[in-house]
Ligand binder design. Sequence first.
Ligand code: PDD
Length: 282
Amino acid sequence: MSTSYVNGRYVPHGEATVHIEDRGFQFADSVYEVFAVQDGHVIDEDGHLKRLWHSLTELGIAEPMKQGPMKVVMRRLLSINRIRNGALYLQVSRGVAPRDFPAPQGLKPTLVMTVWRAKPFDGSAVKAGKVITMPDLRWKRCDIKTVQLLAGVLAKTEATKQGAVEAWLIDEAGNVTEGSSSNAWIVTADDQLITRHTDHAILGGITRQTLLKLAQEYGLKYIERAFSLSEAKAAKEAFTSSSTVMIRPVTQIDDDIIGDGEIGPFSRKAIELYGAYMKEHP
Ligand code: PDD
């Protein structure tokens, strides 16, 4: 059995528990991060921690510890579990208090971490998949990475039922915001690489941010702007990005085949660049 971390203690996973009046459980008053781990390195650790602090600050949840000690705990947990390739999940809730809507001041935040093993990212083994589309039913602060994930859970459950790898969420204007747990990308007929601009309507993905940096370094032009579902369906290529799946080419959206139905050159380049980046673990 693996070991998890709960409020200062390293405990067997099956005994890792929080109180039933934890505000994370009662109100989803809680934020989280998922870090990819490859060859013993936590990929984009500082980027994820920066976003975690954004989430904490926006919701007025106290920091459970400084970033330095948090990195030490993360490393210790990976080392106890002997994980060199896999992922680390970290959650911070506002803390435990009798159930009442107003958030009490001065609560001690709850900090938990779990880890799991996974194969390292292998670009040559990446498979394309289908995405379905669903209305974006989420709240208006998707830039904050909260555990309030029910809309995403329902969308992804429906995607899985339909044999799809992801659900792309569509806003009231008919634009694709992002996937239920990934960012969305397309390549238009005139070879423009497009991903939606960041604002309160989407999560600013760390993989997305790194891919944009790699695209720039490589000299690949991109545009950050909203794109419609019909634009996506007419695209030459499409793919998703996230810390768990990395890059996933999309060759079908609902019933429409994207491009020639094969993994295209932009998607291959993104896989290659990101794969190399993970190996270099900067
Ligand atoms: N989800 N958009 C949403 C809604 C997400 O939940 C995620 C990640 C992303 C991609 O972000 P990043 O590249 O930083 O992983 C975009 C994680 C993996 C999860 O909830 O499991």
